[in-house]
Design a protein around this ligand. Sequence first.
Ligand code: PHE
Length: 553
Amino acid sequence: MDFTLTLLIFGWIFVAAWVPIVIATNRKTHPMALFVLFGAEMWERFSFYGMRALLTLYMSKVLFQAMEGAESRALGVYGSYTAMVYLFPVLGGLVADRIFGFRKAILWGGILMMLGHFTLALEGTLFEGSLFLFFFSLALIIVGNGYFKPNISSFLGDFYEKDDPRKDGAFTIFYMGVNIGSFLATLTCGYVGERINWHYGFGLAGIGMACGLLLFWICSRTQVLGDKGLVPPSVKERGPVVAGLRAPALVYIGSLMALPIVALMLNISNIVSGLLVVTTIGIIGYLVYEAVQLRRKARVMIASGGRPGAYLPEGEGTDEDTASPKAEGDRLLVVTVLFFFHAIFWALFEQAGGSLTLFTDKNVQRMLGGTEVPASIFQSLNPLFIMLLAPVFSWIWLRLRKRNAEPSTPMKFVLGLAQLGLGFVIIVSGAKLFATNAQVPMIFVVLMYLFHTMGELSLSPVGLSMITKLSPAKIVGFVMGAWFLSISLGNKIAGVIGQLTAAENLPDEASAYDTLALYSQTYLVWGVLVVLGAALVLLVLVPRLRKWMHGIH
Ligand code: PHE
């Protein structure tokens, strides 16, 4: 039996045994809602990553095959797609805050995503090779993801008190759902799509999304989700906004109208980069403005003898102080600062799917028991390590908390960056000191991914959890959307850094020694120096950020 199929079968059996264990061991500590959201998000990510596993391959080998420069076209569309996928959460979050509430936003997003996957499957069967249908399907997934992904994360925060000690643990378990989905998807949809039929692969992604949607919909009709995430009452009271239409109807119409525009933009990748930069500047500007306004409000309150908490010196707040406008403003500033460190983290972490895979292909000794391990298989190490380590991290945070030794959120970011940087130290050392014939032993890659994954677990779920702690309740959805923008930015920068290692930078007759030198130099500068430097800068900022968090851990 071939290696991928064996891995696929083992993967499913492992997950089928692992998930019940995780649920059973955490059932008493966490509300049921965690496991519902875990399941829904697991299936949504199954669809998202299942489709992504096939996307570039399908474009370059089938869809654009007859066109000139198929590969660079495919990569261009792929870049625009990933950037826009994390651009739309800003809108999705805003709509959830103001109009839909989390539940409705999640359902609407899930429906759009599911349709997108199914039309992608149809594009190859009924409407063979229709470019319009192809781009339209991607647009459905982009817009749908904008409603689904940020809001399911914000919604999870609703089931815990603002600064609940279980929160980081809950998000870590939730994050495991994300990665179980991506692990199974990459194996399964990749296999079905490449070996059997592309469109069955896409269809399978659609079925995954349908499972997640069904799970969420059924559970939202029971008591598990309580009365949380419902449509904000003010919306119900508000009458028609324009042309006799109420706000929700306008959102539905607006989302549908956005689809052809998004579809068109996918084809022009420069516009997307511009859009990304403009949106980032706009959003960061807005967050800072909001923070300054809140601080000003606090000052006005002081002048008019308002709430005592508002004029206590920084960091010396009483309980009352933690809810003051000053505290809310300061917390938004913390989000803004961490936004940039989050982007740096992803810019280097995301080398995994790009330059690191090519590096593994060219410069890693991959013979194992007489067969050569394919370079792409190394990418399943990250979700695998997450599955195994997420419960451990969730447990460690709680234990440390009990001993009053849990690192604060900014400190966890420092740890995340430091571990990412150490991962690069490992691979650079392997390349510089232990390579034979310009081939690095496999163990260095495995250890590097282990450190990258531990870094991810220290920072990424904690970041999601942080947003639900630090945002004023009324704009959680929006701030979460803004947070996703830093991922979008990180992915974009990842592409630029990846290009530094491209074969085009070397002369035609370059040997494996030359490529190895180029990789290790790039990783030394960006992965080690920049990342560890960022960790150091953040470390210096930690005391200030902690003050600005006003009592939130
Ligand atoms: N792998 C993560 C996921 O798909 C990447 C990510 C982290 C995306 C945080 C958004 C926010 O969820």
